[in-house]
Design a protein around this ligand. Structure first.
Ligand SMILES: Cc1ncc(COP(=O)(O)O)c(C=O)c1O
Length: 407
């Protein structure tokens, strides 16, 4: 390698933060390779396998040689079933020209930011937020504006906070319900109150509904309570969480045709489309099928049992409090009372980031620190893991944070 080689990167990368969740996954893999039995609460994916009929559809797709390029934005059949799904979900009529299939919901969001934002624009993203919104906004040249929601509102943005966060530069407002990382689910009344404020501002709204199947309370959608906002709302969703299909990489975005066309134009020069085989799998997932619906409902019921289990065990850890999440598969406990005081062996952590590392090294449990989601003082734990692991993991957590006397 030449010593004079200049590995210079584009300016837009200067403020890009690598994914904290991915970093945690890599560190866990390293520790496990060294023979350490780490229990991971850090991954954001169901631990279930993809339902059988979906896998069979993909196998049939390979046998039928569905191995060629598909149209940008997905096959006609897939866009048809997704348009029908979105129409049913939103109570509105979506045509296939209003849908594009993407390489996961993550790409849908990335393309939306790329299509809509210019340098100097702002993207309003309530904190705590899913890490990628902020990075994707920055990659598109926009400045993230992140009003801090808290436990007193169940980590939900209030109309006043929304109003205060909007400016004449706001281009995008992101809403995510159920939320990653907090599990917060907005009620119809809360969404209607936000819609009142949104009506007064011309921003494009992105509603990320990827955890919609995993809600333990009646699920409300923005466009159900404010259909008049459809002309400037993008609905993002995907197969990953509902159908345990994270690795297949299928998401979609539905919305006004001109925006979908713009998104597809970028897509045509980047990924072109998600895998043809994954599209066959997604076609099976999104085609109404009672067998698959039963499996999805069973997965959600199991997540709810685990949520109750982990909440009960967290409540037994002195210094930890936790808002009850109504959806997704995350708990977001407040651990601030564990900071700046001696833990086992006299160790003192001053930030949730430090506590997170301490728990990994001392208790061999992997969580993600709230800092990654714009909310210091918290940890995110995914309970998409077995009940026994939850029990053992929470026991380790408890023992590691008790002071010497109590231990
Ligand atoms: C809130 C949220 N949106 C979008 C995504 C992206 O999902 P996908 O795997 O479909 O790209 C995730 C994944 O963790 C998520 O938590």
């Amino acid at each position: 390698m030449s010593a004079r080689m200049d590995y210079r990167f584009a300016r837009r990368l200067a403020s890009l933060e690598a994914s904290a969740t991915a970093a945690m996954t890599a560190r866990v893999a390293q520790m496990r390779a060294a023979g350490i039995k780490v229990i991971s609460f850090s991954v954001g994916e169901p631990d279930f396998d993809t339902p059988e009929p979906i896998k069979q559809a993909a196998i049939a797709g390979i046998q039928a040689n569905h191995t060629h390029y598909t149209p940008t934005g997905g096959t006609l059949e897939l866009r048809k079933v997704i348009a029908a799904r979105v129409s049913t979900d939103q109570g509105l009529s979506y045509g296939i020209g209003q849908v594009t299939v993407t390489t996961g919901a993550k790409e849908a969001l990335y393309l939306a930011f790329q299509a809509l934002c210019d340098e100097g624009d702002e993207a309003l993203i309530p904190a705590p937020y899913w890490v990628s919104y902020v990075e994707q906004a920055k990659l598109a040249g926009a400045t993230p504006v992140t009003p801090q929601t808290g436990e007193q509102t169940g980590f939900k943005l209030t109309p006043d906070q929304l109003r205060a966060g909007l400016s004449d530069r706001t281009r995008i407002v992101v809403l995510n319900s159920p939320s990653n990382p907090t599990g917060a689910v907005y009620s119809a009344e809360e969404l209607a109150a936000l819609a009142v404020v949104l009506r007064d501002h011309p921003a494009i709204i992105i509603t990320d509904e990827i955890y919609d199947a995993i809600s333990y309370v009646p699920y409300a959608r923005l466009l159900r309570v404010a259909p008049d906002l459809a002309e400037r709302t993008l609905v993002v969703n995907g197969a990953a969480k509902a159908y345990a299909m994270t690795g297949w990489r299928v998401g979609y975005v539905a919305g006004p045709q001109p925006i979908i066309e713009a998104i597809k134009a970028i897509q045509s020069h980047t990924s072109t489309h998600t895998s043809s085989i994954s599209q066959d799998a997604a076609l099976a997932a999104y085609t109404p099928n009672p067998d698959i619906e039963v499996t999805v409902a069973a997965m959600t019921a199991e997540f709810q049992r685990r949520r109750d289990l982990i909440l009960g065990l967290l409540a037994e850890i002195p210094g930890v409090t936790c808002t009850v999440p109504d959806g997704a598969f995350y708990v977001f406990p407040n651990v601030s009372a564990l900071l700046n005081r001696p833990l086992r062996n006299g160790k003192v952590c001053t930030t949730s980031d430090e506590l997170n590392l301490y728990l990994l090294e001392e208790a061999h449990i992997a969580c993600v620190a709230g800092e990654a989601f714009g909310a210091p003082g918290y940890l995110r734990l995914s309970y998409a893991t077995g009940s026994e692991e939850i029990r053992v993991g929470m026991q380790r957590f408890r023992e590691a944070v008790l002071g010497n006397d109590a231990a």
